[in-house]
Design a protein around this ligand. Structure first.
Ligand SMILES: [Ca+2]
Length: 489
């Protein structure tokens, strides 16, 4: 049998092509834009209705809490085997929910495992107010209150234990804020939207971050005002209403979500924008964040000539983005900022210390920033969900979770070391090498031993050996992929 030149050339070509593809991917010559993804860590749970907030309890309690916007708090075991939602609180009879209202905020007291106190933020119909004062919208109230778990059932809140902290009248159905947050000082930070009232006036709670001591009570209040709140010593008080001493920072539009990084003490507030910019602000005591004079770094549409208006010096956002897709995947864009966390987990060491955030439209990015100047150095696209994202959560290990509002599911940040497409190409590359070597080797052996290669049987054997080895590779591939999935799951 004559081994044709064409056949040898073809074998060499296949060998070369396979080597180039394989070596290219092995040493990362082929650029990868996308290496992050998400999966459902609690895939056995029933579908949620309208989840808007997710919170992990302590490592001891090992519980996860999720809020249904319509007025239910569920808990479940922090385990991938969790398959049951426990109803901790059902106040659907009190809650009035609409597209951004309802039961939207929840925080556990820092000593929750001992005292069983948790705090909620929700909207209700205000039946005592004259409806014509709110037309065409329903008259609403924003309620911040405390619930305590039942003594006999530690995983259920007693609905009768409700203690009112704040009641704030609303006249429009927009911009309520929603985040409740405890920081290391033990105080409760309440993030309230401007409710179309602007955030600049210090005589009301709209567009503010409030700071309350909820471990004490004072005359007529189920909290006290910390004496180091920025307006505490100013003339005027809560009786003359010149200033509200609860205010910690002001000038927000819709501070829907906020987070606190214990390591740096940075307090991040995601402020949902109007027409132009979605903002991330680093909040400091007593500072003004611009609304309703400015949106992002520009005059708002309400004060187009804001340079001519006198207002307090404002803090520029830590970061902002527009609603327009620039075509560069790493430049954030979307419809409404959802907020985020400084990543302190261990699975993704390259993200450590970066601020990871989501937009409601489903995109997730990370910001790498300078800790001294608080300037953002770079932005990186992580992934995009099919679901709208309503909230982000962090577990006791510092790993990140995302609440799928429209799909009713919870996602976890995960990493594909190797993308599916890449896997296939690599597989093709190695298969090509193996096939070429085996097939070529069989021919070479046949030639060497002077065996007639025309024998159909010999051809079948060499093909069989080729595909057998390819099959073993496929098996190894599947096992390593599963192992990767397990590692990053
Ligand atoms: Ca601002």
């Amino acid at each position: 049998m004559i081994i044709s030149f064409k056949r040898v050339l073809l074998l060499i070509l296949v060998l070369l092509l396979g080597s180039v593809i394989t070596v290219g991917f092995m040493f990362g010559f082929v650029a990868r834009n996308v290496s992050y993804s998400y999966h459902e860590p609690f895939s056995n749970l029933p579908k949620l209705n309208k989840p808007v907030n997710l919170l992990f309890g302590s490592e001891v309690s090992n519980q996860v809490y999720v809020l249904d916007q319509e007025g239910v708090i569920y808990s479940f075991e922090n385990s991938e085997n969790a398959n049951n939602l426990n109803v901790m609180l059902d106040i659907r009879d009190r809650v009035y929910w609409d597209w951004e209202g309802g039961l939207i905020g929840f925080a556990l007291h820092p000593e929750f495992d001992q005292n069983g106190h948790a705090f909620t933020f929700y909207t209700i119909l205000d039946k005592n107010r004259n409806q014509t004062t709110c037309d065409p919208h329903p008259c609403l109230q924003l309620i911040v209150s405390r619930f305590t778990v039942s003594l006999d059932k530690l995983n259920v809140f007693d609905p009768l234990s409700e203690l009112n902290i704040l009641t704030i009248p609303l006249t429009t159905p927009w911009h309520r804020g929603g985040q409740l947050l405890f920081k290391d000082d033990g105080y409760l930070y309440v993030h309230i939207g401007e409710a179309n009232r602007g955030g600049e006036n210090l005589n009301n709670f709209y567009g503010k971050v409030l700071r309350l001591n909820v471990d004490q009570t004072s005359t007529g209040l189920n909290y006290t005002i910390p004496v180091d709140n920025p307006l505490y010593d100013l003339p005027g008080d809560n009786i003359t209403k010149l200033y509200q001493m609860e205010i910690y920072a002001y000038g927000f539009r819709n501070p829907w979500r906020a987070s606190y990084d214990q390591l740096t003490g940075l307090h991040f507030v995601a402020d949902v924008g109007d027409l132009q910019y979605e903002e991330i602000n680093i909040v400091e005591k007593g500072k003004f964040y611009g609304w309703k004079f400015k949106e992002g770094v520009q005059c708002s549409r309400w004060f187009p000539d804001c340079e001519t208006v006198q207002f307090d010096p404002d803090e520029e956002p830590f970061f902002f983005y527009t609603h327009n897709d620039t075509g560069d995947i790493n430049i954030p864009y979307g419809s409404a900022i959802i907020g985020g966390y400084v990543y302190r987990g261990s699975i993704f060491s390259e993200l450590y210390g970066d601020y990871v955030f989501a937009d409601y439209s489903g995109g997730v990015w990370s910001l790498e920033f300078n800790l001294d100047t608080l300037e953002v150095n770079s932005t990186k696209f992580l992934f995009r969900t099919l679901s709208l994202i309503s909230s982000i959560a962090v577990d006791p290990q510092g790993e990140l979770f995302f609440v799928g509002h429209s799909q009713g599911t919870i996602y976890k940040l995960s990493k594909f070391n190797l993308l599916v497409f890449e896997q296939i190409l690599k597989f093709v590359g190695i298969s090509a090498i193996v096939t070429a070597l085996t097939y070529g080797g069989s021919f070479g052996l046949a030639k060497f031993k002077n065996i007639s290669i025309n024998s159909k049987t010999k051809q079948k054997i060499s093909l069989g050996v080729s595909f057998g080895i390819v099959g073993i590779f496929l098996l190894v591939w599947i096992v390593t992929s599963l192992y990767n999935a397990f590692l990053y799951g």
